[in-house]
Design a binder for this molecule. Structure first.
Ligand code: NI
Length: 168
C-alpha cells in the first residue's frame, strides 16, 4: 500500500471527465488499496481516483463516525440516476482545494447506481452526509470541483488567494 500524492487546484488534470473502468484488474485493485490508505491518512471521508492522478471513474468513501470502526466503501463507474429536493451542504471542503470551505447547494437525496469493489451492481439511496459526499465525489469524476458550484464572487476570492500563494 502506498500513500498517493493528491493533486490540488489549479491542476488542470482535475477538471477533465474520467473514463469508465472496464476491467477490475490488479492495477485497479491496487489503486483502490492506495486510495483508501491515502484517504485515511489525510484524513478525508471521500476520495476520487482523479485526485490522485488516475482518470478513472472510481471513488472510495467512509462516512462512519471517527470513533467507530472503519467501513470502506468503493464505487466503480457511479452515476446519479435521480435526485430530489435541495439542501445546503455547510462548510464543504475538499482535499484538492486546501484551506478553503464554502456552503454548497446540493440535492437532498439521490439514487446512485454503480459497481461495487468486486464488480457487482449496486443501488444506493442516500440522504444527509452520504448524499453530499457522493455528489461531491461523483462531481470529481465529471471534472467538477465544489468551487465550481459556489458563487462566482466567492470563487474569485479563492482563486486570487491561490494565485498569490503560487507567486510566493
Ligand atoms: Ni473533493
Amino acid at each position: 500500500m502506498a500513500i498517493l500524492e493528491i493533486l490540488t487546484y489549479p491542476n488542470k488534470f482535475l477538471s477533465q471527465p474520467t473514463k469508465p473502468v472496464t476491467d477490475i484488474d490488479e492495477e485497479i485493485r491496487n489503486l483502490i488499496e492506495d486510495m483508501a490508505a491515502t484517504m485515511y491518512e489525510e484524513p478525508g471521508i471521500g476520495l476520487a481516483a482523479i485526485q490522485v492522478g488516475y482518470d478513472k471513474s472510481l471513488l472510495v468513501y467512509d462516512v462512519s463516525p471517527r470513533d467507530e470502526e472503519r467501513s470502506l466503501q468503493v464505487l466503480i463507474n457511479p452515476r446519479i440516476v435521480s435526485s430530489e429536493g435541495t439542501t445546503i451542504s455547510e462548510d464543504e471542503g475538499c482535499l484538492s482545494v486546501p484551506d478553503f470551505k464554502a456552503d454548497v447547494k446540493r440535492a437532498a437525496s439521490i439514487l446512485v447506481e454503480a459497481l461495487g469493489r468486486e464488480g457487482k451492481p449496486l443501488r444506493i439511496e442516500a440522504e444527509g452526509l452520504l448524499a453530499i459526499v457522493l455528489q461531491h465525489e461523483i462531481d470529481h469524476l465529471n471534472g467538477i470541483l465544489f468551487i465550481d458550484r459556489i458563487s462566482s464572487l466567492k470563487r474569485q476570492m479563492y482563486k486570487r488567494r491561490v494565485k498569490k500563494n503560487l507567486k510566493k
